[in-house]
Design a protein around this ligand. Structure first.
Ligand code: GSH
Length: 203
């Protein structure tokens, strides 16, 4: 299998952490791919019309894209059951959706700063994105820490990668303030070998 990959993409990191946790790393070749909405990678577009990483070429069907789809496929392939069953499954999916929502908002903030000309930026819009992240962190802190503290699952992987990205790109916003339980959980989760092995290069 071939994974269209970027060292700094938090969505790719979800896939990489899952590959580490499920022992499938050797089954995937990594193809470094630089892509943005205003400079999409031509060869990636032929496999993922959305022009986004991660995308996974596989022998048994069309290229998979969107980290959620790729993670579900690789979990199934390994029989790892990181999405759980019954009520646990709905919890995991809600946590992954929350984590991906944090990432979507954080990436928009990063693109705003990097890709949009300064005179066209809109503070209220940027703060609106940060509001989503702040509310999601507060909800994780008050509602989800005991779920996050169980045996490793895809909800934890997604939240771990999302918080690591907020720290990496928006560290000066101080997401830990008022979120002590979540910060303590993250400190432990971040020390997992799968998280250490997938750290992005210094910003
Ligand atoms: N929902 C997608 C997923 O979970 O895989 C989001 C993937 C995504 O936005 N990846 C970014 C990208 O490829 C890199 S971090 N951006 C290029 C673009 O938006 O055109």
């Amino acid at each position: 299998m071939k994974l269209s990959y970027s060292k700094t993409s938090p969505y790719v990191r979800k896939v990489m952490v899952l590959l580490h946790e499920t022992g499938q790393l050797a089954d995937v070749a990594l193809a470094d791919t630089a892509t943005t909405p205003i400079a999409p990678d031509d060869s990636l577009i032929s496999r993922n019309p959305l022009g986004k990483v991660p995308a996974l070429e596989r022998p048994d069907g069309p290229t998979l894209y969107d980290s959620r789809v790729i993670c579900a496929y690789l979990d199934d392939r390994a029989g790892a059951k990181l999405y759980g069953k019954g009520q646990h499954r709905w919890d995991v999916l809600t946590l992954e959706a929350t984590a991906d929502g944090i990432l979507d908002a954080a990436l928009l903030m990063v693109y705003e700063g990097k890709l949009r000309p300064e005179d066209k930026r809109m503070d209220a819009w940027v703060e609106g994105q940060w509001g989503k992240i702040a509310r999601a962190c507060a909800t994780l802190n008050t509602r989800w820490v005991s779920q996050l503290s169980g045996p490793v699952d895809m909800g934890q992987i997604a939240v771990g990668c999302a918080l690591a990205y907020v720290e990496f790109r928006l560290g000066d916003r101080g997401w830990r303030t008022g979120n002590d339980a979540l910060a303590a959980w993250f400190k432990t989760f971040e020390s997992r070998p799968s998280m250490q092995a997938t750290r992005p290069p210094a910003a």
